[in-house]
Design a protein around this ligand. Structure first.
Ligand SMILES: [Mn+2]
Length: 342
């Protein structure tokens, strides 16, 4: 805050609030943490979450917004009492932003991603949480792959995966479990539909679990029933890029160079069908910094957790993606998913 010249920092992102206070709330429009440069931070919560916040937070005083009182008015009063000259914030709903700047016109406001920056480097405790989420994901993936056979529907495969992770203690899926079969596997993002899987279909399963708020991310593509030489080749190509890139992961490496290397390896016919970045950071959010893409300026560092996920997507035909969650270590990297494969 000092470096950015801020005398007050306003946090409204629930993940950032959890990171700072150890209290995780479901997204709420009426939740804020104000951190003065000197003095104690204040968490403002609704009666719905006040008790939980009070018992679970550390390092902050918790104030309750009484029923019927307007959140924005209270926040404005809180800020005026602190009379900040320069207010930093992580992310604000437009409505909140307008209300604050109109009510306190003399106050300078600055978007400052102080916490997101800190969140890039995971400490021991965070790594342990991600490891656990990766264990859930591995077991869930095994269950999904075992369930895949001609005749089963995509959502049934997704249900098996999610049931498995929940029974292991997962707090839930890190994102909507993707089971995309046949031509649908050419959609890198999507959902699981009621489509019946056919013999010879490429099937992509992309899933993740949450543990203590932290996410995991894994993708596998297999063929249901009989596989064609073309599909076997596609899977082989993507697997070899995935494996080669994993070897490149080490602290000090420019993320954009790793993405470029993956694209270089896909030279020729398939390069144009690799339609997303090679990977992304994983933590409290399923997608966070650092980013492994062509335009990224990020450099890998010890304690980063990132994905390695090359893919090929052929419209109206099918797609292949293979993904693991990986920890950047002093000696290179450690794969956190993919440990239960036979
Ligand atoms: Mn991913």
């Amino acid at each position: 805050m000092k470096k950015e010249g801020l005398d007050l920092y306003l946090v409204t992102d629930v993940k950032n609030i959890y990171y700072l206070t150890n209290w995780l709330e479901t997204p709420s429009a009426s939740l804020s943490l104000t951190i003065p440069l000197k003095d104690e931070p204040t968490l403002l919560a609704t009666p719905l979450s006040f008790q939980a916040a009070k018992s679970q937070t550390q390092y902050v005083s918790v104030e309750c917004l009484p029923l019927g009182e307007n959140f924005h008015n209270r926040l404005v009063t809180q800020l005026i009492n602190r009379h900040p000259k320069r207010l930093g914030y992580d992310s604000l709903p437009l409505k909140t932003y307008l209300q604050l700047t109109r009510s306190i016109p003399a106050m300078e406001t600055v978007a400052a991603e102080l916490i997101v920056k800190q969140r890039r480097t995971k400490d021991k405790e965070e790594i342990a949480y991600i490891r656990k989420a990766c264990e859930h994901a591995d077991e869930a993936m095994d269950a999904a792959l075992e369930a895949i056979r001609p005749g089963i529907r995509e959502y049934e495969v997704a249900a098996q995966a999610e049931y498995t992770m929940r029974m292991l203690g997962s707090e839930g899926p890190a994102f909507e479990t993707l089971v995309a079969s046949g031509p649908r596997s050419s959609y890198p993002h999507g959902v699981s539909t009621d489509r019946k899987i056919n013999d010879g279909d490429l099937v992509t399963v992309d899933l993740g679990s949450i543990w203590k708020g932290y996410c995991s991310d894994i993708t596998r593509t297999i063929v249901a029933g009989t596989s064609s030489p073309k599909d076997q080749r596609l899977i082989k190509i993507v697997q070899s890029i995935h494996d080669r890139i994993l070897e490149m992961f080490q602290p000090g490496f420019l993320a954009s160079k790793i993405d470029a290397e993956a694209r270089r390896m896909l030279s020729g016919e398939y390069r144009q069908y690799f339609i997303h970045g090679l990977g992304h950071g994983v933590g409290l959010e399923i997608h966070e910094a650092p980013s492994l893409s062509q335009s990224s300026v990020d450099v890998l560092a010890v304690g980063n957790v990132v994905t390695d996920e090359p893919g090929i997507y052929l419209a109206d035909y099918g797609g292949v993606r293979i993904e693991d969650t990986v920890l950047i270590t002093e000696n290179g990297s450690e794969k956190l998913t993919g440990h239960t494969e036979r």
